[in-house]
Each structure stands twice: as C-alpha cells, then as structure tokens.
Unconditional design. Sequence first.
Length: 304
Amino acid sequence: MLPYLQYLPAFEAAARLGSVRQAAGELNLSPSAVSLQLKKLGEATGIALFRKSGRNVVLTQAGRDFSQAVAISLGQIDTATRTSRRAAAGEQPVSLSVSVPTALGIAWLTAAIIGFAEGHGISKLSIDEAMTAAEVDWTRNDIAVVYDNPPFTGKHWRLLGEVRLSAVCAPTLLSRLDLRNRERKLSAVTLLHEDDGGEWAKWSVAARIGLEGNTHVRVNSVAQAIASAIQGRGVALVSDVLTRNSLNEGRLIQPFPTTINAAREYYIVSPVERAGEPILRALADRLIEHLHPGATRASRERET
C-alpha cells in the first residue's frame, strides 16, 4: 500500500477549496492537522504541491497535475464503492439512455448529462443523437431532448428552452462589417445556415438590413455553422442556447441586436408511461435548472 494514501482526502479538499482552514472545517480536523498531512504528502511524493498566497494556498503546476490524477482516482474509487454496494445488495446497475441533438450536446448538454449520471450513481450511461422526436430510437432511449414542435403522440414533454436566433461571428470579422452604412447592408461576407436560407431572410426583414452580395454556405449541422463562425469563416444565425459559452468567453460576438424566433424549440420528451419515473423527472429538472437557474419547474412544464 502506498504510504501517503491517507493524506489524499486532505490534499483534495485543500486543492479544491484553496484554503487549509476551509479544508479542515470540511474534514472536521484542525488546520494544523491538515497542514501536517499536506507536509507529509509532499515529503512522501517529493512534489512541491502548494505555494502560499496570503492566507490561502495555491497549487503549483506539479500540484495541479497531481490534483487532477487524485480527483480522477478518488472519483473512480467512489464509483466502484457504490457499484459494489449495490451488487452486494442484489441491485442491478443503474442505466440511462438519452438522445440529444448534436449541436446542443456539443455546446453543453452532454457534459450536463454526464455530471447528472455521476451524481446519481448511474454506472451505464448511453448518449444517442437525434434532432426530432420522430428520429429518436425509442427502443433504446429512455428520454430525449429534441429540437421540434409538439404534439408528440404517445409522449410526455416539457419545454426546455425557447429559441431566439441572432447573428454571431468571430471578433476578427467585425472590421469587415460596415455597421455605419446608412443603407444598412450586410454584404461581402459568408452567411452560414443549415436551412434553405429562409431564417436569414426573416432576420433581414426584422433587422432592416439588406443581404445583397453575400456568399451563402449551407451546412448539414448548426454545429458546423458555429464552428465555422468561431474560426472567422462567416456569420451564423444561431441561438444563444448553443453559443452562450462562446459568447461569454469572447470567441463569438453579436454585432447586431436583432433576434427572431426560430421555427422550433427544445423539448424534453419521454414515453407517457415512464414520465413519472424519479430518475427521468430528476434529469429533466436538472437540465431546466442548468439552462434557467432559479426558474420554477411549474412555469415550464407542458404535458400531453
């Protein structure tokens, strides 16, 4: 047995909280006891794990690398422990199959589902891809998020989020947009879209901006349009449900304030006979809360 395993909980807490005192409070130990464990861990591994920063502690680069390995290992141990307990009690491993639209999955949904599964002890998670409710393979999926419009026959649904479309592009493309032109034209740029161009035409009318002289590129997936926009290859007309992270990080900007309603919206869909299952309702609640922090569940629930 490695001699320093007993010190890992103290290290994980201090690394996560950035404070010996807070780590001590979480572990019901004294700060001096935590400090001693961190010292012994450093001596045992030969790694300078922390440096002082006022009253707090900050991981060194070697400490960050070690911390990532420790977090993964402790998570695997926790998962294995819970799985073994369920097996000893004669329980079957918990499984969950979810279908998601590709672009939404890439943007944030897949990560949110994985986090939910980890938090609920789901040992077998499967994530499929489909855009509409009709495209979902209901023989192998328990629940789905779809970009579609109800009604969905034989299904229970809840609104995840309304979709408003806005023009987005990389900051490097801003200099090519003549925003001061009184004729209000968006020209000599590439317009990215996954439909036949109808949404750009609708946006043009709402924004009172002409689109003459542009190159149109139709892509198979809105995820491709977003990726191309981030790379500075054109202007995409997409929802901030998909681009929120890129906008917050400054990889995309919205050069125009005009938004329009999309033709469809995002819904959480499940078979009617399974809608009341606790794990499916909990997942739906988590996804809605993720997208709309603090929102009440009742205000967004639509049932068949």
